[in-house]
Design a protein around this ligand. Structure first.
Ligand code: ADP
Ligand code: MG
Length: 265
């Protein structure tokens, strides 16, 4: 299978007042079409930097980022993004917020088709009936659902989620995990999820990439075997407990709190 996302030997440093700050060094990540990869790693190791490179918002100092067989050279509409803070515009309705990306990057859809698509996406995430509300009238979880619809409006090939559920309470977060699975069934995409929640990483993704401390390289890759549709009960099986143990240990290595001899090359 051709990989939709290829990150090869990526190295990047930020120029700061106190000299260069190496953030990524020898990063390797491949995501097949329709795959879903979670990326976990210590705080400040370069995860958000990685998302900006995939989205074409930044160029790496060295190495290559490829999307669908094309080298990434700039931003493109085929990449959708959602963040921890949904940044919805308060003076626009939820429907108009979801439609916003189509005003920035034109679409082939007519106005009517675009609105139909936005309404469909909102119903898919359980926001039917909230189309005309303002962002402040919605709960945090609902705003995150709306932000997800906005990221999907262009039917992106790649959906990048940078800690989108990080600010939500545990139950709301779990509801959104289920929504993510429902969305992916109806609106297939190739996903990259940045998270610090290890349960979330195995519940949503089919592969978990652990990054080392800064400068980050790919330290460990865990394949999450699929057993049909997922339910929250799957997180309480012996298999899940073992996967979580492996990941927790790898995070300790990445943080320098455990010796590195068990890290995978
Ligand atoms: N534009 C920037 N200029 C200088 N340093 C930055 C910039 N963006 C991020 N950094 C630094 O680079 C490191 C990695 O940042 P980031 O990719 O946001 O990490 P993460 O998302 O893993 O927490 C951090 O130490 C951060 O302070
Ligand atoms: Mg970040």
């Amino acid at each position: 299978m051709q990989n939709l996302i290829e990150i090869k030997g990526v190295r990047h440093a930020y120029q700061t007042d106190s000299g260069p700050l190496p953030v990524l060094d020898g990063l390797e990540i491949s995501v097949p079409e329709g795959g879903f990869v979670s990326v976990v790693g210590p705080s400040g190791c370069g995860k958000s930097t990685l998302t900006r490179l995939v989205a074409g918002l930044m160029k790496p100092d060295a190495g290559e980022v490829w999307l669908h067989g094309e080298r990434v050279k700039g931003p493109r509409a085929t990449v959708g993004m959602a963040f921890q803070n949904p940044v919805l515009l308060e003076w626009r309705s939820i429907l108009k917020n979801v439609l916003l990306p189509l005003e920035i990057v034109p679409t082939k859809l007519s106005k009517k088709q675009a609105e139909e698509r936005a309404r469909f996406l909102l119903s898919l995430v359980g926001l039917e009936g909230f189309e005309e509300k303002r962002p402040s009238e919605l709960s945090g979880g609902m705003r995150q659902r709306a932000s997800l619809c906005r990221a999907l409006i262009h039917q992106p090939e790649v959906l990048i989620l940078d800690e989108p559920f990080g600010a939500l309470d545990a139950f709301t977060r779990e509801d959104l995990w289920m929504t993510m699975h429902a969305v992916k069934e109806r609106e297939p995409f190739t996903g990259v999820l940045i998270t610090h929640d290890l349960r979330e990483s195995i519940f949503l993704a089919d592969q978990v990439v652990v990054l080392s401390g800064r400068p980050a390289r790919t330290q460990y890759v865990l394949n999450v075997p699929k057993h049909g549709p997922r339910t929250l009960d799957d997180l309480y099986t012996p298999e899940a407990a073992e996967q979580l143990n492996i990941l927790r240990h790898q995070i300790e290595i990445a943080q320098g709190r455990a010796p590195a001899e068990e890290a995978q090359p």
